[in-house]
Design a protein around this ligand. Structure first.
Ligand code: TYD
Ligand code: MG
Length: 452
């Protein structure tokens, strides 16, 4: 008989060690190793009697029919997925607890009136799910089957007996296989459960959504080890105190990963935001200093956003720098450039920068907007309300070229803005209707154009 060898698995990254260790040599996390017995569930691969099934097929002979997709009717969701749910695909929906993952899945299920959706809940009771559905004003929900269970063997049994068109597992961290020693949510349970569901999705051709929780650091803990197994990784994110939610594809075997979907959480569920620019600018007050409108690109869509800055003299000790929605290090860099090239004295001031609406942007094209808002607040001179500013700022104070300029200009023009400040090199050959394009090459000139 083979000797049973236990192994130790890092619960953070899945690193396997023969001995217990305090600090993971792979991800440097402390106290993450858990003893795991080898899985007794490995299926032995007996050669099948149907030999033809095992023969490889020439690539040429494989039929290239378009992947059938199930449209959910939630446009923002379909777009992120690349045009709907591909049958037989395994999709991981990650996000912080309470962000709205279960709500999203329930709304999706309610939309798909003609498909049987099997909703497996391991976190909430069937009654809680029912209450949520009622809150979402579900009148007819005959297509949704609920099953409150965490034992995967029982779940598989139920799936085998029915013919669901879509399966939702809420959440993968609560599922377990009874044969495995480790607790639900551990790396080996999550991995084993996913492998099983993956096989099921592929053999039955039914799409399966796995809900997964994310830790503070923004990585899908536990489920991170299954990212490579699933076809699509969706991330649902948002700031706790704002109602906006952004859905992103971090990985997508059936579409691009550039698209985002924007939603707003209401009393009765998530509502699609089809015109994000208008929504994000709706609370803007013209005539206040420290506010600039920028044109950012999210996926393939331009979105106009308001960058706010507040610069005040430091009352005691160290000046504070605080950001919401933009990178802190980027702010430090821009402050240094403003000090050096524009001559602003910011060393004795607190600086707060915020993207209105709780949106996060990480593209450098918003640099100019941030710099302008800071300068505007320091001098207490408002930026012209009809102007949009885009451009990356280099360390030398030069305004650098950015991508997709036409889309940004178009969006600004569409929303009735009169002027747009763009990097000099972007202005060449740029066609613009009903909007004045002002090219700038240096940060000093941009400040002049915007704050005069
Ligand atoms: P939920 O979908 O349970 O989050 P997750 O599954 O990601 O943990 O959503 C929980 C939050 O959403 C909760 O704080 C209540 C809020 N919510 C609304 O604001 N409106 C609604 O219609 C629903 C169903 C939830
Ligand atoms: Mg939930």
């Amino acid at each position: 008989m083979a000797k049973i060898v236990t192994k130790y698995v890092c619960q953070s990254c899945g690193y396997v060690s023969p001995r217990w260790v305090g600090k993971c040599p792979n991800c440097s996390e402390w106290n993450t190793f858990v003893e795991e017995a080898p899985s007794p569930l490995r299926v032995s691969r007996k050669p099948s009697s149907v030999a033809s099934k095992l023969d490889p097929v020439p690539l040429e002979d494989i039929e290239k029919d378009d992947v059938p997709r199930l449209r959910t009717g939630i446009q923002e969701f379909d777009r992120v997925l690349g045009g709907g749910i591909v049958s037989g695909s395994l999709i991981l929906l990650g996000g912080d607890p309470g962000i709205g993952k279960s709500t999203m899945m329930m709304q999706l299920a309610l939309q798909l009136k003609d498909s049987v959706v099997l909703y497996i809940t391991g976190e909430e009771s069937a009654r809680q799910i029912k209450l949520r559905a009622e809150r979402l004003q579900a009148k007819t929900a005959r297509n949704i089957l609920l099953f409150a269970e965490t034992n995967l063997d029982l779940i598989l049994d139920v799936i085998e007996r029915g013919t669901p068109d879509l399966i939702v597992i809420d959440s993968i961290q609560t599922m377990y296989r009874p044969g495995l020693e480790s607790a639900p949510g551990s790396v080996s349970q999550v991995r084993e459960s996913t492998a099983l569901l993956l096989r099921l999705a592929k053999t039955r051709g039914v799409p399966i959504f796995l809900i997964g929780h994310v830790t503070k650091e923004g990585v899908i803990a536990g489920p991170r080890v299954i990212e490579h197994m699933v076809d699509t990784v969706l991330q649902f994110e948002g700031e706790a105190h704002y109602s906006y939610r952004v859905l992103r594809a971090l990985k997508n075997r059936f579409g691009s990963t550039n698209e985002i979907g924007i939603f707003e959480m209401h009393d009765a569920g998530l509502r699609e935001v089809r015109n994000p620019s208008e929504v994000f600018l709706s609370e803007r007050r013209s005539g206040t200093s420290g506010s600039t409108v920028v044109a950012s690109i999210e996926g393939s869509r331009p979105i106009l956003l308001e960058v706010q800055a507040l610069v005040t003299p430091t009352s005691y000790g160290m000046p504070q720098r605080n950001t919401t929605g933009v990178d802190y290090r980027r702010l430090s860099l821009l402050l240094a450039v403003l000090e050096k090239r524009v001559g602003l004295r910011l060393g004795t001031h607190d600086v707060f920068v915020n993207i209105a609406g709780g949106v996060k942007i990480d593209e450098p094209a918003v640099d100019l907007g941030i710099a302008t808002s800071i300068t505007s607040s320091l001098r207490d001179v408002p930026v012209d309300a009809g102007t949009v500013a885009v451009g990356e700022i280099g360390l030398g104070g030069e305004i650098r070229t950015i991508g997709q300029i036409e889309k940004r200009v178009q969006e600004a023009s569409k929303l009735g803005f009169k002027r747009i400040i763009v990097p000099q090199n972007n202005a060449k050959g740029l066609k613009a209707k009903e909007i004045e394009v002002i090219p700038v090459d240096r940060i000093e000139k941009a400040m002049e154009a915007l704050l005069s």
